[in-house]
Design a protein around this ligand. Structure first.
Ligand SMILES: [Zn+2]
Length: 290
């Protein structure tokens, strides 16, 4: 079922014209745009980062490892899933990984910034992409088997509302896969520049996910073995001035990148065999819709 982005009416139609108020979403570059007025706005995320990001992601240890973890979570916890929506799909790096690894999944991606969708459209061939502001509404009811948001919720003040929207968009028996940055004490200039509203405590994320109507299946920290390195890097970044390059932490040499990826691969074998890390730069949470 669809939900009208304007009047909230629910309807079953192939097209998007609301039978109650007549609202039809706009189109940007051939993708449905539900909040075109937000498409180029800079609040919450600098759209210009997308260009830098898209060149970094494919080689960078952190993005590559996070993709492996997300794909494992999808296959392990939702093996029967037929459809997947990524909220805040950015440049489509995660979607492209899922596209290659999970051929049975119908893929959907949303992003508030149209710039991101442009990159995603190049990267992912079989995803339906649309521009929307998940803070207002995710215009679907009982539609997807799994909804994912990877390092998105920390940008959003009203995160519980967005989790509730995700809950509504998921079919009975489905669930969510979420990653967020962890530990308020790791807060640094990187979080300011990245327009983060918060870094999560594990209990906080769990409580909010449960409030939205989910039952947590697994929650673990990751980037745990690199936590000392991360802390050092963050302490250093607290001292530098406003010209600090937010991407600097992700731009590492080839050998260092390989070493760090190796460590995160080791860490992932622990997580995949049932272990949970109590602390780490990020949190992974998998939950089912109740
Ligand atoms: Zn309407």
């Amino acid at each position: 079922m669809k939900v009208c982005y304007v009047c909230g009416d629910r309807f079953n139609r192939l097209d998007w014209e609301c039978p109650t108020c007549g609202f039809v979403p706009a189109s940007i570059d051939g993708n449905f745009a539900f909040s075109p007025e937000m498409a180029a706005a800079s609040e919450g995320y600098e759209a210009a980062f997308f260009a830098q990001l898209s060149t970094l992601e494919a080689k960078n240890f952190w993005f590559r490892s996070r993709n492996h973890l997300i794909i494992w979570a999808l296959k392990r916890y939702f093996p029967q899933a037929q459809s997947f929506l990524e909220v805040g799909c950015g440049t489509g790096f995660v979607l492209s990984g899922i596209e290659q690894a999970c051929s049975q999944l119908a893929l959907f991606g949303s992003e508030v910034f149209a710039t991101g969708l442009g990159f995603a459209a190049h990267r992912v061939s079989r995803a339906t992409l649309f521009q929307m502001d998940a803070r207002l509404i995710i215009p679907f009811v009982d539609k997807f088997d799994v909804v994912g948001a990877f390092d998105v919720l920390e940008h959003i003040q009203q995160d519980v509302e967005v989790l509730k929207q995700m809950h509504q968009a998921i079919q009975p028996g489905g669930g969510i896969v979420i990653t967020v940055p962890q530990h308020p004490w790791l807060w640094s200039q990187l979080d300011d520049i990245g327009h983060h509203v918060r870094r999560y405590r594990a209990e906080e994320l769990k409580t909010k996910v449960e409030l939205a109507g989910f039952k947590v299946l697994k929650m673990t920290s990751f980037v745990s073995l690199l936590l000392p390195l991360m802390l050092l890097s963050r302490l250093r970044s607290r001292k530098v001035n406003s010209t600090y390059d937010v991407m600097a932490e992700l731009k590492v040499g080839r050998w260092m990148n390989a070493l760090l990826e190796g460590i995160l691969t080791l860490e992932r074998t622990v997580i995949q065999s049932g272990g949970n890390f109590p602390a780490g730069g990020s949190l992974l949470l998998i939950a089912e819709k109740l």
